[in-house]
Design a protein around this ligand. Sequence first.
Ligand code: PMP
Length: 312
Amino acid sequence: MLTPTDKIWHNGRFIPWADATIHVLSHVVSYGTSIFEGIRCYSTPAGPAVFRLREHVRRMVDSAKIYRMENLGYSAEQLGEAMLELVRVNQMESCYIRPIALRGYGEMGVNPSNNPIDVYIACWSWGKYLGDEALAEGVDVCVSSWNRFAPNTLPALAKAGANYMNSQLIKMEALANGYSEGIALDTSGYVSEGSGENIFVVRDGKIHTPPLGASVLPGITRDSILALARELGIPLVETIIPRELLYIADEVFFSGTAAEITPIRSIDKIKIGSGRRGPVAEKLQKEFFGVINGSRADRYGWLTPVHAAVGA
Ligand code: PMP
């Protein structure tokens, strides 16, 4: 269950958590008309800091543009600043931040253009998404019987509410069958992504990840892994991946804001590699978490401090 924080940001004002409600006839309720983000604020040795704030805000603005929400009413800078202010107002050390822009109450009917755009930002405490042990031990997953959406149906590059009806089918089926997550294929039958994670496949020391054309969300964590792999000199290709490469891989792992870097130890009950976290995932985790825990320099400027540096 969610533990409420004090305030939620709504159209430029802080309102009590309990007041952040919408009318049942808001456009979003019938038609799924929302775009949103999921962002982590980590507790770091230098205080709370938001991971890749700029990139998340940019993806939110991109998602809005794809859905012709031309004007959210707030610039990227204002949205980013509102997120930092929200964390400060709620006095969080670490949290998950969820900005949402939705089409609200007004007309009924498919055309959203005359419905107001409401922007909300909430934050709350959230632990490890796939379980505390998952990062070290890995998770057991399946290939989903559900595909990701076909190209030119629902835009996969947008992080839109409606997309997550597909994610829910993938996730519910996986859980019903005793797995912690499902891997969806695209409509050509190639590996796409998890219900809320991008995927990486390692064989013979080389990392493979599906390209953006394989109906994947352009994950910010995915992008972080591309940067770290380049720096570590680990070859990485963005390429279509046949399903069966999953089974014969040395390592497979998920990436995502919630999942961070989560190794996969079995797929469809077939053991992957040694059946535990592999060396590539471990190396990437070390670099990734190193930036957050301060054991590695933040050389890419990934962390935005929540509290302005004293004297800055
Ligand atoms: N794919 C999907 C479908 C997702 O929901 C997410 C989580 N936002 C990801 C991939 C990973 O993206 P990110 O690393 O930006 O969280």
